[in-house]
Design a protein around this ligand. Structure first.
Ligand code: CTP
Ligand code: MN
Ligand code: MN
Length: 507
């Protein structure tokens, strides 16, 4: 096993180095679960056989070898390592079996399937080597992403286009922003974007300018424009859309507060939106979402035992905050869920937990339009857009939301009617959706989002599969039949898509 001395070299530190026989294979042994002494032994063994075994991980490494780790664990470790963008060589994530086989053969053996670790997410790669799908529902989009500066800029332009009711332009910017969210690297030059789809000419121009000068003049101008600023604030009021906000802007309204003082006629929804504006503009935390979940659970179970409650929306995708809390309500026995919502609302009202609610007992119109024939069973769909009154933990450290927002709001939420209540409270937007169990998987997929991911799923279904998808069903237009599913995985399979977990639907 010893290598003849004359083939060894000594470097200045006095460390011996064996001659490298296979320069194209650069091994890094992961210490995790292997232990340092076994790693040191294997390192010596490999080097004695002429293998290049690196002490630390760097971009020269081509083969990462680990023992007792899953591909996901190795990938996770890899994600914490230094920038990957310089890695142009393919990186193999291998099980120890490849290393021992190679030691046995005294040469790097061909990599076989059994040597490779299965990596659940995107393997390490450069955008240039990777094919990025033009459909967001074929991409994995984690919550944390690179390129925020570029993405934020494109989203400002998307929003501004929406404020001008240019839906097509808005969607083009959204698609561009979304594709950047799925890239595993910091884009530093246009070269990094070669082969990346969904980047229109205008988006590319903006990206190029930001890469070169740090800012885009167009985005800067939008951000500074009064119209954009005012529409952004007005459309953030619950119940206010672009058309209304635009009319108010042209009539001189600049802040939500002025809507009250000017005595404008508001819908019941808008009136609640203005009244609770300050609370509703503070992001809802995960802890608050959990607290609301406990309340809703108590309510639904009080009304009907066996009801199943599921947190959906952004929180299901792993977001730490949200603009609201979204729930799906169902019952394992089909039909039992009928008529549930009015009772749940009554229960919540009796406990003084609702500041606003609007029930929608029949929203299946859209389903009828989307699919080629009406579906009678869908008429039972119920949902409620509401505002909860969430008690804040007892004083001491007062909740920033409850105090500052409370004072500024006409109806003095802090302390409620009597102003002598010991605890503060916060207004929180909550969406409750009731679905029969047979449609649950579709509702879950449809309400988990993101909005862009949903839009892309429907685009994929329609354009690539001649199918219609909504939150209630999947219809195959060629076979002229509905494709049932009892899980999200089954729907992805019907659509011919790889399953994407909620945490990677942040498109
Ligand atoms: N949704 C829907 N019909 C509506 C409103 C919303 O199908 N009338 C869907 C959206 O497509 C989205 C999901 O419900 O997929 C959640 O919507 P929303 O609460 O607006 O967004 P979130 O992704 O939860 O973001 P946030 O955390 O800001 O609430
Ligand atoms: Mn939400
Ligand atoms: Mn919602």
């Amino acid at each position: 096993m010893m290598v003849p001395l004359k083939r060894r070299k000594r470097d200045v530190s006095g460390e011996t180095h064996d001659a490298i026989k296979y320069p194209h294979v650069v091994i890094f042994l992961l210490e995790r679960r292997m232990g340092s002494s076994r790693r040191a032994f294997l390192t010596r063994l490999g080097r004695s056989k002429g293998f290049h075994v690196e002490e630390s991980f760097s971009t020269v490494v081509t083969h990462v070898v680990s023992e007792g780790n899953s591909g996901g664990e190795v990938q996770e470790w890899l994600d914490t390592q230094a920038p990957r963008r310089q890695t142009h060589r393919p990186l193999h994530l291998l099980d120890i079996s490849w290393f021992t086989d190679s030691m046995g053969a005294s040469r790097p053996v061909d990599i076989e399937d059994r040597h490779m670790l299965e990596v659940p997410t995107l393997p390490i790669c450069d955008a240039r080597e990777q094919t990025v799908s033009p459909y967001a529902c074929q991409r994995r989009t984690p919550l944390q992403h690179h390129n925020s500066i570029l993405i934020d800029a494109l989203e400002v332009l998307a929003e501004n286009a929406q404020f001008h009711e240019s839906e097509g332009r808005s969607l083009a910017f959204r698609k561009a922003g979304s594709v950047l969210k799925a890239l595993p690297l910091d884009v530093q030059s246009m070269e990094d974007l070669r082969g990346v789809p969904c980047l229109g000419e205008h988006s590319q121009r903006v990206i190029k300018e930001i890469l070169k000068y740090g800012v885009s003049r167009e985005v800067k101008a939008v951000l500074e424009s009064e119209r954009y600023q005012v529409l952004k604030v007005l459309t953030s009021v619950f119940g206010v859309g672009v058309k209304t906000a635009d009319r108010w802007f042209r009539e001189g309204v600049r802040t939500p507060g002025e809507l009250v003082t000017s005595g404008r006629r508001l819908t019941r929804e808008q009136e609640a939106g203005v009244r609770h504006y300050k609370h509703l503009s503070i992001p809802v935390t995960r802890a608050e979402a959990r607290a609301i979940e406990r309340i809703v659970k108590e309510a639904v179970l009080a009304v009907l035992p066996g009801v199943q409650l599921t947190l959906t929306g952004g929180f299901r995708r792993g977001k730490q905050t949200g603009h609201d809390v979204d729930f799906l309500i169902t019952h394992p026995e089909e039909g039992k869920e009928e008529g549930l919502l009015p009772k749940v609302i009554s229960w919540l009202e009796s406990q003084d937990l609702l500041l606003y609610n609007k029930m929608n007992e029949n929203s299946y119109g859209e389903a009828k339009e989307l699919h080629s024939r009406p579906v009678s069973s869908m008429d039972r769909f119920e949902r409620c857009f509401s505002i909860f009154r969430l008690d804040q933990p007892a004083s001491g450290t007062q909740q920033p939301g409850a105090s500052s927002a409370g004072e500024a709001q006409g109806s003095a939420p802090l302390g409620g009617q009597g102003a002598c209540e010991p605890r503060g409270w916060k207004a929180v937007r909550v969406d409750l959706v009731v679905t029969p169990i047979s449609q649950f998987a579709f509702a879950l997929l449809g309400w988990t989002g993101s909005q862009h991911f949903e839009r892309e799923l429907r685009r994929w279904a329609g354009q690539e599969k001649q199918m219609s998808l909504n939150s209630h069903a999947l219809f195959d237009r060629r076979q002229k039949k509905f494709l049932p599913a009892s899980s999200e995985e089954e729907i992805f399979t019907h659509l011919g898509l790889d399953y994407i977990p909620p945490s990677e639907r942040n498109a």
